[in-house]
Design a protein around this ligand. Structure first.
Ligand code: ASP
Length: 341
């Protein structure tokens, strides 16, 4: 879909790559009452102020800012995801935009990054960045993270890498990066899948490329979507009953992600939930509450009409199932998406 020139950002004409920074809020845009305070803070700045704090970005890229929303990332919902994805696709269609950086709260950044990884129709760089400490902290991590993110978005080596996340000097694939610490600046890793690059002293260095299908290789088309099907996540624990499955299905969920124990194990109560889901045409994905590892396909997936989440954690499995349900709720096709994406 062509975009009108008025909707394009005003970017300086020079030889530097043109990077648009889309602001969505998060700790990178927050302030606390004292410089020693790193955990008790509130949103304070728009994206322009976040950029102004790092004037060095202007020596590596022609940068413009645009505010999409300004919220903590626990408030990001499907509607924001669709708005953001459509804006990124529109920007990247333009010859005058070389890449996009998105500033985002770290709590759900991995979900937004994975969503964009599945729906962006461009090979140009899209980089998500956040901060674990507010802008007022003595050792705020936001400014260097932002500079690194712009460096990655401006680098020709980032093309065709899918959506990337840049924090703490590391470059990770949106498919694998997860938050593994509540407050450390080292909170994001690709776990056993690793990160795929680094930014050291401004130099972008990739050592791997993602193999899972992403961006232009995915089936999903957000231009056709105004909403996404509701998918709920339910947590497995000793003695859990089936009431929460019944509640989710009665409330209208079109899909359920079960954050099961171990390798996506179904308790007797969860089996009841899965059979109820099947009877009501609700998709059911077995993910896991375990921090790492794959949930494998099992013989009784056919009997219970369940899909194995592969190596997607529950929150990323929710993103994929929401998109996949816009095209199918056939168990075999859903499993194929989880195997490939
Ligand atoms: N609650 C914040 C958010 O996700 C945390 C952060 O940005 O680090 O917006």
């Amino acid at each position: 879909m062509p975009i009108s020139p008025e909707s394009l950002p005003a970017l300086e004409a020079n030889n530097l790559p043109a990077i648009v920074i889309l602001g969505t809020g998060g700790t990178i845009a927050a302030a606390a009452a004292s410089v020693a305070n790193t955990t008790d803070y509130a949103l304070a700045h728009g994206v322009e102020a976040v950029i102004q704090a790092v004037p060095q970005v202007h020596s590596i890229a022609s940068v413009s800012g645009e505010q999409v929303v300004n919220v903590s990332s626990q408030e990001i919902n499907n509607s924001v995801l669709l708005t953001l994805a459509k804006r990124v696709n529109a920007l990247l269609q333009s010859d005058s935009v070389d890449g996009v950086v998105i500033t985002h709260g770290t709590d759900t950044i991995e979900e937004t990054a994975y969503f964009l990884n599945l729906v962006i129709k461009s090979t140009k760089p899209v980089v998500l960045v956040g901060a674990m400490r507010p802008s007022t902290a003595l050792s705020a991590d936001g400014p260097l993270n932002l500079l690194d993110a712009v460096a990655v978005a401006a680098s020709s080596t980032s093309h065709g890498m899918g959506v990337l996340m840049v924090l703490n000097g590391r470059v990770g694939s949106a498919r694998h990066m997860v938050k593994t610490h509540t407050m450390g600046t080292d909170a994001f890793t690709g776990q056993e899948y690793g990160v795929i690059g680094s930014v050291i002293d401004g130099k972008v260095d990739f050592h791997a490329a993602p193999l899972r299908a992403h961006t232009v290789h995915c089936d999903f088309d957000v231009s056709l979507l105004d909403a996404l099907p509701d998918v709920d996540i339910l947590y497995g624990f000793q003695g859990a009953g089936s009431a929460l499955f019944e509640a989710a299905i009665s409330a209208g969920a079109k899909g359920i992600i079960f954050a099961a124990t171990g390798n996506g194990t179904l308790s007797e109560a969860a089996k009841k939930g899965a059979l109820l889901a099947q009877a009501r045409g609700v998709a059911f994905v077995r993910s896991t509450r375990v921090a790492s590892g794959t949930v494998s396909i099992k013989g009784n997936d056919i009997e219970f009409n369940t899909v194995a989440s592969n190596s997607l954690n529950p929150q990323k499995a929710r993103i994929l199932l929401s998109l996949a349900l816009t095209l199918t709720n056939d168990r075999t096709r859903l499993q194929d998406y989880f195997d490939r994406y």
